[in-house]
Design a protein around this ligand. Sequence first.
Ligand code: FMN
Length: 463
Amino acid sequence: MPAHKSIGGSRYSEQGEGEAIVFLGEDAARLADGFAGSFRAIALDISADDPVAQVRRLLDDLGISSANLVGKGRGAALALAVAAAFPHRVRRIALLETVPEHDATAPVLCPALIVTGETHRDRAEALARRLQRGRGAVAAAGEVDQVLGAFLAERLSSFDNRELRSAFGSFMTGVTIVTTAGIDGQPRGFTANSFTSVSLEPPLLMICIGKQAASMEVFRHARGFAVNILSEAQKDISVLFASKRPDKFDVAEWRAGPFGNPLIEGSAAWFDCARYQVIDAGDHIVLMGHIEAFSYSDANPLGYARGHYITLGLEQAAVNAASSASRTVVGAILENDNRLVLLPDASRPNGLVLPEVGRHGHSGSASQLHDLLQREGMDATLGFLFAVFENPGTREQCIYYRGEALLHARGRTVLADFEDIPWDRLPDEATRSMLRRYAAERKLGRFKVYSGDHRQGTVKAVD
Ligand SMILES: Cc1cc2nc3c(=O)[nH]c(=O)nc-3n(C[C@H](O)[C@H](O)[C@H](O)COP(=O)(O)O)c2cc1C
C-alpha cells in the first residue's frame, strides 16, 4: 500500500506510471492498487466542502492536464460533476455500481461508462442516454474491475489516426517556426503549420504544440513566443526545426526580437508575442499569444499541403513558362526504389535523358508526359514541381516535376544510384546541375513530411 501524501489540503495516495486515473469515493485505495500496473493510479480522500474544486486543484498541483475519473458511491456523482464543470480536464469517466442523479443542463462530453448489477440496468441505461457518449454495462460484483479495465484500455477515438491526419493535411497551410527565449535561457523552437490568426483587437494569434514535443513544457510555461512565417527559400530551416537536433539555434541564423524571442533571419513575416492563454486540448496544447511586435516582407511564403512543401514562385513560373512563346520541355525526376529513373536518348548514341516531352518538335505538356510514362511501363505520382528554368543553351522553358514511379515493365528504363549518376551521358549542363541539386537536397533529407500517430509526432521521408 502506498503512503498517503498531502497536497493543497488534499490527502491522496499515488502509484504507477502512465495515463492518470483518479479514483474517488468508496473502494478508491483498493482500485488504485489494482490499476497501478499500467496507470498512474491516484486515490483521493474526498474531504473538502467543494469536492469539484478539490479534484481540479489536485490535478493542477500534480501537473496532470487531463485524467480518467473513476467514482463509486458519492465518488460517482463527483466524477460526473467534475466532467461537466471541467470537460477539458477529464478524458473519460466510469461510475461503478452507482447511478447518480444528473443535471441535464450540464452536458458531459467525454466517454462515460456506468457499470451496475442487473437490478439497476434500466437506470444505468437511462443515465447513459442523457450523456453524450455514455453507455451502460451490466456486471456481477466480481466482474466490475474487469469491465472497468477493458473500458480504460479502449482507444478514445474510433478513427484511424493516420487517415484523420491525411484528411487534415488537405488543408493547405504556410509553414512557421515557433520559438521562445525559454525559461532557462536556452532558446527553443519547432516547425509548426497549426498557426492561425485569431483577433485584431486585441491582436492575438495561436499555434498548437504536441505534448510529445521535447520543448512542450518550456513553451507551456514561457512568458512568450515568436512565430516566424517561412519564405519559400527556407525549406531547410523547416526541416531543421522539425528535427530533434539539439543545435537548431547554432545552425540557423537568428536574432532576439523586441519582446525577447528568437526571430529567424529571412522569414516572410514574424510576430513576437507575450503569453495570452494556454489551453489544454487533447494530445496538444494551444498557445495563444498577444502580439507585441511584428514585421513582414514581400518574400513569397512557403506552402504546405498533403505532406509536401509548395513554392508559389515555382508554380507561378511554371504557368508563365507554359504560356510563353518559346518551346516548353516538361519532364520528371522520378525515383524507383531509391534510384533515379532515366531513359535512353534516341538522338545520341549511349545518351540518357530524364523522362521528358517537348525537347524535339512541339512543346510538351503534363498530359503528354503522363502518356510517355505509360508507354514506358511506369505508373508515376507527379504533382510537385521541382524546377522551372530557361535552358540557356536552347532557350527552351523547362518544367520538371518530382515523384515516385512504379515500374510495370522494366522496358527501356535505366535505374541509376544517386551516388553514381552517369553524368557524362546526360544531355546538357542544365540537366546535370538540376540533378546535382536534387541529389544534394535528397541527401539533406529535404523531402520530408510531418507524420506520426496521436502519441508521437515523427518526421519521415516520403519522396
Ligand atoms: C510542416 C510541418 C508542420 C508541423 N506542425 C506542427 C505543429 O503545428 N505542432 C506540432 O506540435 N508539431 C508540428 N510539427 C512537428 C514538429 O516540428 C516536430 O515534432 C519537432 O520535432 C518538435 O520539436 P521538439 O521535439 O524539439 O520540441 C510539424 C512538422 C512539420 C515538418
